[in-house]
Write a protein that binds this ligand. Structure first.
Ligand code: KMH
Ligand code: ZN
Length: 270
């Protein structure tokens, strides 16, 4: 069974002022994704920005970005429905109508850095149901222990198809801290058969991504999660971060999953 590498080229917060290599236009994002695909990524987690680099759920921007990516490579597109803290849930959830192969599902509201990430239970349930209807595979974003319980409730309600696919997010201010203990606790609590990856933010990215791979998880890499390649050294693009994740997997003698294997592993509907 191969390791799934997801590239997350652009997140909801940083701008080119933080790292000039951050891709923000649809063309730049598509180029970064194609480069990551060539390096071994089989999934691309996508946030969109407007012309002022602000997070947006604009459907035309999303469509254009997806088309540009598809024209370049067969990577599996996962749209973020997290989008950005200021964007209303009603705009965020519309992105799944574009029927990406996957999309994120953030199960709970929380503090997020200095902001507030709003995911009210009734709207989360509605989005989960719509994703199931459309055959869009949810990636369940777990920032704290209770978020796992919220997902298990959705599962029991029949709103999530198996296998469940989790991201264990460590190091967001407002969520669980990026510690080895927290990662182990979460991995032990996952239901049997769950697929998972680590999302480790900032300086914790490297050690916790390595630990996740060693424990049998998948890996995510890119400027969404860390702007740095090393302490005090900005990453000169997404590719070096993806290369680093690929090298970690190779160092652990883990083969990479290509697109078709990833489709099978995640049980993606056609
Ligand atoms: N930005 C990460 C901390 C999403 O986009 O829906 C979590 C994330 C969630 O990637
Ligand atoms: Zn994201």
């Amino acid at each position: 069974m191969g390791v799934v590498i997801t590239v997350a080229p652009t997140g909801p917060v940083a701008t080119k002022a933080d790292n000039p290599h951050l891709p923000t236009s649809p063309e730049e994002i598509a180029e970064a994704v194609a480069d990551a695909y060539r390096a071994g990524a089989s999934v691309a987690h996508i946030h969109l920005r407007d012309e002022h680099q602000r997070p947006t759920a604009d459907l035309d921007t999303a469509r254009r970005t997806m088309d540009l990516i598809r024209a370049r490579c067969p990577v599996l597109i996962q749209l973020s429905t997290g989008v950005g803290l200021g964007v209303p849930f009603e705009e965020r959830e519309r992105l799944v109508e574009l029927r990406p192969r996957m999309a994120t599902l953030n199960p709970c509201s929380m503090s997020f850095g200095d902001g507030e990430f709003r995911n009210p239970p009734d709207k989360v349930r509605r989005l989960a149901a719509r994703m199931r209807e459309l055959g869009v595979k949810p990636e369940l974003e777990i920032y704290d222990t209770g978020h796992l319980d919220a997902c298990l409730t959705l599962w029991k309600e029949g709103l999530l198809a198996e296998p469940l696919q989790f991201s264990l997010v460590l190091g967001v201010r407002g969520g669980m801290a990026a510690t080895a203990d927290n990662l182990l606790t979460m991995v032990r609590r996952l239901p049997p058969g769950a697929i998972w990856q680590v999302i480790a933010i900032g300086r914790h990215n490297l050690p916790l991504t390595a630990m996740g791979l060693a424990l049998g998880g998948n890996a995510r890499a890119g400027l969404e999660d860390t702007l740095h390649l090393r302490k005090d050294e900005l990453a000169p693009g997404n590719r070096p971060l993806v290369d680093r994740a690929v090298e970690l997997a190779r160092g652990l003698d883990l083969p990479l999953a290509g697109v078709e294997e990833t489709e099978r592993l995640l049980g993606l509907p056609d």
